[in-house]
Design a protein around this ligand. Sequence first.
Ligand code: ADP
Ligand code: AMP
Length: 219
Amino acid sequence: MITALYIVMLGPPGAGKGTQAKKLAQELGLVHVSTGDLFRENLVNETELGKLAQTFMNKGELVPDDVTVRMVEERLSRPDCEKGAVLDGFPRTPAQAKALDDLLQSMGSAVKVVPYVKVPDDILVERLSGRWMSQSGRVYHEKYNPPIVKWIDDIDGSQLYQRDDDKPETVCHRIVVYNDQTAPLIAYFREKGILVEIDGTQSIDDVFEDIKVAVEEAS
Ligand code: ADP
Ligand code: AMP
């Protein structure tokens, strides 16, 4: 039997979870499952889920656990997740962490390693306020990871945009929400012995090297 590999990227908003999750998923041949991206896709497609999620996302609040967990269960049950997944932005509350444990257990699996990308608050604000996104979810930074042509996606030439929730007032609230609701997961995963602290203030490439070592040592 092939054991599936599930990796959870943990860290505050703007730490670089999405950037690293994409690279890691590509390196390992796994699917990148970002709950934020899934909600944004639903929003663009104007689904009921998207409309509901938007009311929370615009305020920098978390979408309710039951809705989020159902969406993740559906996503992880698809055939492309058979070998595992790099989870990004999920779990974000103790209830979501428990739901993920139960789900993976029912599939005869478990989270293997949790790279916890640590970045101080002042750097988070700078990263989020300079973040530029493509419609297909590619992530740039005006200063640290700029596209070749300003505001244009390198790959498909489409216009980049700034997320509504990356505006300064929402950013600060999202960091508060993270400290309040998500930070308890650091202890949760540490107690399970699967948390690895990563210095997220390094360059994108150096952070990636540290994450690869963490995953190799866990596998
Ligand atoms: P998260 O998914 O944790 O919210 P992102 O991966 O979207 O974070 O990164 C937030 C912003 O910071 C993006 O604009 C990204 O290009 C930039 N970024 C990511 N990692 C680094 C890094 N190590 N150094 C500088 N900027 C980074
Ligand atoms: P992200 O792209 O990870 O920064 O997420 C953007 C927004 O989507 C968050 O601020 C939340 O409103 C919502 N969201 C993403 N993931 C979750 C989650 N696991 N639980 C609840 N809300 C989430």
